[in-house]
Design a protein around this ligand. Structure first.
Ligand code: CMC
Length: 378
């Protein structure tokens, strides 16, 4: 076996062979199962994209209809899950609530053989169906309201906005949210996907796999960045303050949230799509002054850091879109999770096909044969 050099953050180290998605970070290309993200954003729906990621091919009309019906049937939450959520503190972060609820599903659905396609399908359907309901239910419960039941006549994206805002969404808002779900669904071996794969490799249950991925997505260097972008734009406050703010951050060697990516050295293709969606929303529902701050910041960062390949990532414009859709700031990452569960499930399934438990190694830098000192002599 060849011994590899240590690479912090596993940069450039392949950890699997996968046919789920592809990124070219120099050319700004993202494909799901070979289909360019722009094409899926324009023509597909979230459930069709999820099917493509998980079962490798676009579904036929009949397959898609059957899948949608199964999802509709499983959207409701067991009352014990709702009761559990009622005990969560309102001040708790919704990502923590989601992680706990995703793990709790494992209590209700007993483990079966991981090579049983029916069990795989049931787990996929339950997770895709119930996670949006959990996110919306926690939001209403922390405001002291009863959760809203899902509506069978609404599609996946519209139903989530309905459960969250307690009113049927505008068709353009629902369409734009659907595109957001499509473009966030998968992104090769990022931290949360790797987390899902490591957990999957132990052959634990799928609810534990998704719960561990949710926990990983929550961090500010990963999915949590979209929340911090909005906080940053609010702190900047005006277009005039963009450059002084940026200079101050760079002087202190602080990160500019929503910029930079391990793989992309150009503007993330998803940021390009999200920026277009934001503009469509502003045209219909009114301008957001923070968009002007964001575009000025993009210009200023490009001038200063473009040479290092630091450009807007997916999290830079997503918050501006979500805000216009009535999604509160601390739900941005749970909304990311609603979509990314499709990618995590695809990787779970792929991992099971040729599984070997992840067990990397380390370069030990500690001491050896150190004598034990009794407590009185320390
Ligand atoms: N602002 C300022 N400088 C940056 C930034 C940034 N956002 N990102 C990278 N750099 C600089 C960094 O200081 C370093 O400079 P130098 O070589 O002079 O020391 C160089 O670029 C390389 O940075 P790195 O930390 O080695 O890059 P990484 O691949 O380990 O980190 C990243 C990638 C996304 C964690 C990082 O770019 C970052 O912290 N960005 C801000 C947080 C963010 O927006 N996260 C969302 C990521 S995309 C969606 C997702 O994964 O969920």
């Amino acid at each position: 076996m060849t011994v590899c050099e240590f690479r912090a953050g596993l940069e450039g180290v392949p950890v699997t062979q996968s046919s789920i998605s592809f990124v070219d970070g120099q050319k700004g290309i993202l494909e799901y199962r070979g289909i360019p993200i722009q094409e899926l954003a324009e023509k597909s729906t979230f459930l069709e994209t999820a099917y493509l990621l998980i079962w490798k091919e676009l579904p036929t009309k009949e397959e898609l209809e059957a899948f949608k019906n199964e999802i509709r049937y499983h959207r409701r939450l067991k009352y014990r899950i709702r009761d559990m959520m009622k005990c969560f503190p309102e001040s708790g972060h919704p990502m923590d609530a989601l992680q706990a609820c995703a793990a709790a599903l494992g209590l209700f659905y007993s483990r079966r053989a991981l090579d049983d396609p029916t069990y795989i399908r049931e787990a996929v359907v339950r997770l895709l169906a119930k996670i949006p309901t959990m996110v919306a239910a926690f939001q209403l419960m922390r405001k002291g309201n009863d959760p809203v039941q899902p509506r069978d006549d609404l599609n996946y994206a519209a139903n989530f906005l309905y459960m969250l805002n307690e009113k049927e969404p505008d068709p353009l808002a629902a369409k734009i949210f659907e595109v957001c779900l499509v473009i966030h669904a998968e992104h090769t071996i990022n931290a949360s996907t790797f987390s899902a794969m490591v957990t999957a490799s132990t052959l634990t249950d799928p609810y534990a796999v998704i719960a561990s991925a949710v926990g990983t997505l929550a961090g500010p260097l990963h999915g949590g960045a979209s929340e911090e972008v909005i906080e940053m734009l609010e702190e900047i406050g005006s277009v005039e303050n963009v450059r002084p703010y940026l200079d101050d951050r760079l002087q202190r060697k602080a990160r500019i949230m929503g910029f930079g990516h391990r793989v992309y050295k150009v503007k993330d293709p998803r940021a390009i799509i999200l920026q277009e969606l934001a503009e469509q929303l502003f045209e219909k529902f009114g301008h957001d002054k923070y968009y002007d701050i964001a575009t000025e910041l993009e210009r200023a960062v490009e001038e200063k850091l473009g040479g290092k390949g630091i450009y807007p990532n997916v999290d830079f414009y997503s918050g501006l879109v979500y805000r216009k859709l009535g999604i509160p700031t601390d739900l941005f990452t749970p909304v990311f999770a609603i979509s990314r569960v499709a990618g995590w499930l695809a990787h779970w399934k792929e991992q099971l096909n040729e599984n070997r438990i992840f067990r990397p190694t380390q370069i030990y830098t500690g001491l050896h044969s150190v004598p034990y000192v009794s407590i009185d002599d320390r």
